[in-house]
Structure formats: structure tokens, C-alpha cells
Design a protein around this ligand. Sequence first.
Ligand SMILES: [Zn+2]
Length: 691
Amino acid sequence: MKNLIFCLSILSLICCLYSCTEDETITPDTATENEISAADDNSPFAGEDRTCNMEQQMIQLMSDPAYRKAHQAKLTRLEGYATERSATCTNPAVLPIAVHFQGISNPDAACLRQLAISQIAVLNADFQGNNSDITKWDNNASSRFPGISNGDACLEFCLPTQGHPAGFNLAEGEPAVTINQTNGDNASQWSGYINIFVRANLGALGYSPLGGNGNGDGVSVDANAFGTGAGCGSVNPGSPYNLGRTLTHELGHYLLLDHIWGGNGGCNDDDEVSDTPVSNQPYYGCPNLGASSCTGTDMHMNYMDYTNDACMYMFSAGQAARVEGYINTSLQHVIAKGNVVCGTVNPPTATCTDGIQNGDETGVDCGGSDCEPCAVAPTCTDGIQNGNETGVDCGGPDCSPCAETPTCTDGIQNGNETGVDCGGPDCGPCAETPTCTDGIQNGNETGVDCGGPDCGPCAEAGICAVPENVMSDVTGNTSALISWNAVNGAVRYVVRYKEAGQNAWKNRSSFTTERELSNLLPGTKYRYKVRTICEDGRSKWSTTKTFITESGSPTDCNNNELQFDLTLDYYGAETSWEVFDEYGSVVYRGGNYPDGQDGFNVQEDWCLKDGCYTFAIYDDYGDGICCDYGEGSYTIADRDGNVLFNSDGYFSYAEYIDFCLGADSFNSVQNRKSTKARNTVKKRIPGSARE
Ligand SMILES: [Zn+2]
């Protein structure tokens, strides 16, 4: 559920950027600034509020459907990660950082390296809770937040001095710092690292993806908000953002921490971290303790707020747990890279069998002049992986070629793997590890099985079984509710019904385990049955049963029995609809629907009194239901199937159809499209004239 909320917050964030510019902004009481945090007049940031373009960056990234899917997969993996944290950090995840200065005139390389080292030291102190000003929390601020602890993530950022990628003229022993050798915010040669791009005149203090990938991506930071101290020429930390905390904030984003106010603002918008109090919007400068914008005390001293460097000094324990969860579920390849380039695992060195007997050899033995004589010649099948074998997978001069060809999927991450991907240190980074049940069928699935194109058919018996316990509940003289038990593996269900003695069945689908049948005839016997639809097929029909509607005369909707037909696009979860009466009350609604059901047809029956109505259909992402991800559309027809209104599904956030019913007519049809997210229909005062 957290995922979903998070996803919606991203979507609503995107919607907002397009649609809510008219929203009023309520400025919280930011109180006075401390002298310590006021900008020097000489600073390039004198009088400027903190800025961060993470949200704009995410809008751009999330416009790519493949990125959206991969992002969702990361959240799904995080959801499955145990949130219990160890009390002590005995084996911190080591994350390699590469710093790339861009556009530097007359660079002083030695100075820039020291500046990078000062920045990494700040990151380690802040993420580990070892920053000297944590005393402000311990001695003062924490008393305002009973039961909430500051966070100390079990990780270590490292500036590697070995194993650098080729092409950057970096020698062993030099730190992973490049000057004027990269452009923009990506350096694919530095995949496996968290990259920091230090750039002049960035237009914001920094930006980052929300949840980085370790594939050459990274965070960008303005050249005047990087590092601490006196700076190096044009890379010169400027107050009040001169304590290195712009990167603490941006790296928080990279490790999946949202802004503490949740991004969209408002007291109902959360940052997905349970122990950070809800706040309405950012704080700037240096607010007084105790400021509140919603119900509780706001944590404006959190690194994920917008306060000055000197006035932010803590992560919460929940944020630390989320960071740990993210790196252990989606950045394992970065940890693996860190184990190599940060020195916790020795890089490969010469072997005794390389033909060069220079004293550097490693391994059990090989008979070289600097090695012990071989007591026993190692073989590929000796079960000892001692680093001497070469060849396809483990053979060497002393071995015959190995028969085995381990793959990335053998579960053994020993550096010999071939194949696409597995997440081990010697395989390419895993972009995602989808499961068979994630709805993404791309050949990488793991898990039991689900019958997608890249998964085998499900071995489990009964996965598309006939629904059991099918029953009816007559709910009036024109309606009945059909229900049944859930079937494992069901995508949806079909209810089929007809008047007894008639031939033509009507089908109605359901994504749940019940379905209301309406617009029935009073005092009439009906037959009905239900079947399951699965990913790969469908079950037989359940045994046919009957019900009899209550007697009485149909009243309200005589002649106003409408049929609504909706064809979904791929992103059914973005689609919903409502029918309002002329007083603004909802009389029917439907959706949201599952994703991945593009082309599927939803049918609903409406029974409407004479009067005027508004039909509204919404797309939460703002791209309608046609035609980028499937050809969604809908029609409204009368009881005989005559189409009264036909939509091409092409709208942005919403489309509204105004119509009136009465005396057998469907008239005054007016079509309005809206670029605003869910805009409630105005209530009319009963009895007043229609506009
Ligand atoms: Zn930010």
C-alpha cells in the first residue's frame, strides 16, 4: 500500500506541476533567521532560498514508461524488505562515490580533490549521525519530538583510489575525481558508482532522481554549494549553503528519501516515512523550534527540508531505515562495486601461471620461482577456487577447459558467470528483478510462476478454477447481487445472466468477487453463472443457478436505462468515472481498474430518473485513455444499444459530458475537456435553474 501511495504522490506531483499553479501558497511562520545562517553579502546565494529540482527531474524521468515500470519495481522490492533494523552497524554497505567537476577554468586539481574529500566527510558524518552539530538535536530539538530518534544509516561513502574506469587518466592511488571530463548528469563509464556532478550555474542548488540507479546516473550540485571551506577558484562554497549539506539532501533523494513535506504539499501528503511529522510545505532559512504547519511540530531541522545548511542536522530513524532498505534491494551492484574499488576485496593480481615470475603471484601454488612447488596440480574439478584457473570459466594452464559453463542464474556469484545479468559483482548490474506477478513480462521474472509470455505456464493445479460458492442476493425488483469465492490467479470474472426461457445471455465482468446486476425486470426469474478469467485462459462456467426479482412495477428509470461501455487502455489504474445528478451528488461511479487490461471492455448499467446529469471520466496521470498506451474509449447507449454519445478517449485529466434525460430523450449533450485533475462538479441549489 505504501507503494501505491508513493506512486500516487509522484503522479499527483506531476499533475500539480501542470495544473495547480493557481493554488494559493500559505507561507508558514518561518520566524527569524539566526545570525549563523545568514548569507554573507559576498555569497552568490545572498538572500536566496534553498532550491532543489528533484521534482522536475522526476517528471522528466517518469515520462518514460520503461522508467516508470522500473521505478515501480524498485518500490515493490523495497516493500518486501524487512524493516527490522539491527541495533548496531557491524558491516556497513560501502558505496563508492565519483566526483566530476565540470567547466572549470584553470583547475587546481589538488585543491579540488581536497574539496571532494571534505564533501565525502560531510556525507559520512550526516548519514551516520556523527555530525558535530547533532548535539542540537540531542540536547534541544529532540525533546520536541517524543519517541522519535535521529537516524544513523549503516553505510559508508568512499572516494575510491583504485580500479578506476579506463579513459580518465586516473592512476591507482589517485581519488575518483575527474575535472572537465564529463558533461551533464550521467557518465555511463562510471556505472556502479554514485556520481556527483559539480556544475556551474546549475539553476538550483542541486537535483537528483528520487531513487538513483547506479548506472552512471547521479546527483548534480551547483559549484557554489559543494564541499566546505575556502573552495578552489570558481568552485567556492557560498553561505548559507557552504557546509556541504546540499549534497546530504540530494543524496537523500538518490537513496529514495522524498522532501519531508511529501512533495506535493498539504497536510495529507506524506513522505512515506512514518516517523517524520506531516508538514504542509518547505521551511526556509532558520526557523524557530516548535513551528507547526499541520497538527504536530514540524521537523524543519531535517536534511530533507529546505532550511539553511547550519539549521539542518538530522535524518530520522525511519529515513535511515528507508535508505538502508533501498540500497540493499536496488543498489546491491553499487555495494559490490564498492567492495572492489574501495578495497574491501582485493582486485585480481598476477597469478603464478602468467608467465611472469615477478614475486606478485597469488594462489596456492604453481611452480614459479617465487611460488612454492605444486604439490598437486589443481584441476577444474578440485572444488578449490584458488584463482589459478583460466579459460572459459575456471580452466588454466594447469587445467583442462572446464566442462561447466556457469551462468548468471546458477545462484553462485563467483565471478565466472556468463549471461545477461544476475547482480553479482562480475555480472552487469541488475536493473530490476521483477517477479512473475509484477505485471511486467520481460524475461527477467523470478518467483514461482504466473503464466506470462516469459514465464512458463503455471504448474499449480486449479489456478484458473471455476468459482465456488456462487450465490445471488436479490436487492430489489430490478437488481440482484451475484457473489462468489476468489480464485487463485484470477485476472477478472465474467457473470452471465438471462431471463429464464430466453436464449440470449448477457455478460458482465468484475475485477472483484461480486457484481451487481441492474435494470432487471420485476418479478422475473433469471438464470446466472460465473467463470474465471486467468492470464492464460478461462475456467468452465459454474453450475447455472436462478433467482427471482421482487415483484412491483419498475419506476424510476423506465425508459432511462442506459448502458455505459468503457474500453480500458494499459494504465487502467489511472482511470475512474462518476455520474453526478444535477445537485452534484454521485449516483454511479466506477474504477480505478487494474493495469495491463488494455482493450478490455467494462460494461455498466445505469438506471436514471428524468433529469439532468454530468458524466465525468478521469485519468490520474493526465494522458487520457487514448492513444499512447492502448486505444481506450467509451460510449453511452440506450437500452436497445443505440449509441447516444461516443468518446474517442482523447483527453488529458478529465472529460465531462452534460446531458438531460426525459420524455424518451437524451439531449443537451455538451462535452467539456479539462486539463485539471479531478475537478468536482459544482453543487446546484435544489430548485435553481440550470446554468
Ligand atoms: Zn530536494
